[in-house]
Design a protein around this ligand. Structure first.
Ligand SMILES: Cc1cc2nc3c(=O)[nH]c(=O)nc-3n(C[C@H](O)[C@H](O)[C@H](O)COP(=O)(O)O)c2cc1C
Ligand code: SF4
Ligand code: SF4
Length: 387
């Protein structure tokens, strides 16, 4: 007899929105959806967030616009798009045939422009929410200029809320001193949800020609390199605001999505990974997350949200105790990687012995943890209390 196993259901609620699964394509990958429909089943996406829309069509920045970096990608597209009217007339009708929520990412050079774009989309059939891009680092006017100032961020949020009944997701920039402050201001101004983080301003230089790779000089850094920054930002904001969070920035595999959700994101947006590896990643993401939920005994992705937050101990509450490295001689394989690491990058606290099993001198050890980090044997080096 076959045992009946119940597959976890993948649906999630984010404020007033319901998605079939928590895996969304972020604005900037997937264009307006139609271009990709022949190659990928749009219905399998949690939601499709279209390329940023402005009031008038935009040509964007001159090329080169994209540069690969270690673990990431710099882009300076400059929000090239067809304009909101062409989107409504030519792109949106096609998307209505699909069973996928469409979120319109919008952008303006002034508050009035943001309002005009929002008002036009409010009347258009087939858009379930607006994502307010106040965080693009690649344009001269608008974008990050709004997202870096809590008063301006709140003002544009409030003004856009006045002209639309659509749920408003405000997309935040990490290029600020205190992202939680901006998040709180935007929440108070009426945002229904937050998405974070947009790209981080960076630069890449050609050593041979001694010139910036990007014509725009700077670009927005995305991809795996920024994932730790995203995690920190989500965790910080989740502790300070009550509205839902859409996590974006450096997620590449299903476990990244789990991590984002564990620190407080309700759903996850993917961009650079789709550009690098193509649509097939979406299947992998979905099946990876489904297996994880199954293995963990969770009935839905919503069960993960915020689960890591109680494990976050704030800096002031951490115990201040001296710790020192301890090597378990029974597990040690005498590779001496720890010896080299401590000699060259630590505090020369590890001595080599004739049997090649290293020994830690606790008077010299400062408990930095480098040896534990490089040791290839799980559990062989532990950090123990001194005294
Ligand atoms: C080529 C490119 C174009 C993008 N265009 C937009 C855009 O139009 N509007 C927007 O809000 N974010 C845009 N983004 C930012 C992404 O939506 C996403 O927030 C960011 O890339 C971080 O996620 P990732 O590391 O998964 O790429 C763009 C990113 C890239 C790489
Ligand atoms: S790195 Fe680990 S296994 Fe290798 S010598 Fe040091 S303690 Fe032993
Ligand atoms: S904890 Fe740091 S100082 Fe101590 S033995 Fe390891 S690498 Fe050396």
């Amino acid at each position: 007899m076959h045992e009946l196993t119940l597959k976890p259901q993948m649906g999630v609620d984010v404020g007033p929105l319901h998605f079939k699964n928590p895996l969304l394509t972020a604005s900037g990958t997937f264009g307006y959806g139609a271009e990709y429909a022949p190659f990928v089943d749009l219905n399998q996406l949690g939601a499709l967030i279209v390329k940023g829309l402005s009031l008038l069509p935009r040509a964007g920045n001159p090329p080169p616009r994209i540069m690969e970096t270690t673990g990431g990608m710099l882009n300076a597209i400059g929000l090239e798009n067809v304009g909101v009217k062409a989107f409504i007339a030519e792109k949106l009708p096609f998307l209505r045939d699909f069973d996928v929520p469409v979120i319109a990412n919008i952008f303006g050079e002034t508050v009035a422009e943001y309002q005009q774009v929002a008002a036009l989309l409010d009347r258009a059939e087939g858009v379930c929410a607006l994502e307010l891009n106040i965080s693009c680092p690649n344009v001269k006017k608008g974008g990050v200029a709004f997202g870096a100032d809590s008063d301006l961020a709140a003002e544009v949020t409030r003004k856009v809320k006045e002209v639309t009944a659509l749920p408003l997701i405000v997309k935040l920039t990490p290029n600020v001193t205190d992202i939680a402050l901006i998040a709180e201001a935007v929440e108070a101004a009426g945002a229904d949800a937050l998405s974070l983080i947009n790209t981080i301003t960076g630069m890449s230089v050609d050593a041979e020609r001694r010139t910036p790779h990007l014509k725009n000089i700077t670009g927005g850094l995305s991809g795996p390199a920024i994932k730790p920054i995203t995690l920190r930002a989500i965790a910080e904001i989740a502790r300070n605001v009550d509205i839902p969070i859409l996590g974006t920035g450096g997620a590449s595999i299903w476990s990244d999505a789990v991590e984002f959700m564990a620190v407080g994101a309700g759903v996850v947006e993917f961009c650079t990974v789709v550009m690098h590896y193509g649509f097939r990643v979406i299947d992998d993401l979905k099946s990876g997350m489904s297996h994880y939920l199954d293995d963990m005994g969770f009935s839905s992705p919503g069960n993960i949200v915020g689960k890591a937050l109680p494990n976050i101990i704030m800096h002031d509450d951490l115990p201040r105790t001296k710790v020192r490295s301890h090597i378990d001689e029974k597990l040690c394989i005498a590779c001496n990687i720890c010896y080299v690491a401590c000699r060259d990058g630590g505090h020369m606290a590890i001595d080599q012995r004739p049997n090649r099993i290293p020994h830690v001198d606790w008077d010299r050890c400062v408990g930095c943890g480098l040896c534990q980090h490089v040791c290839p044997v799980d559990g062989c080096i532990s950090m123990q209390m001194d005294g």
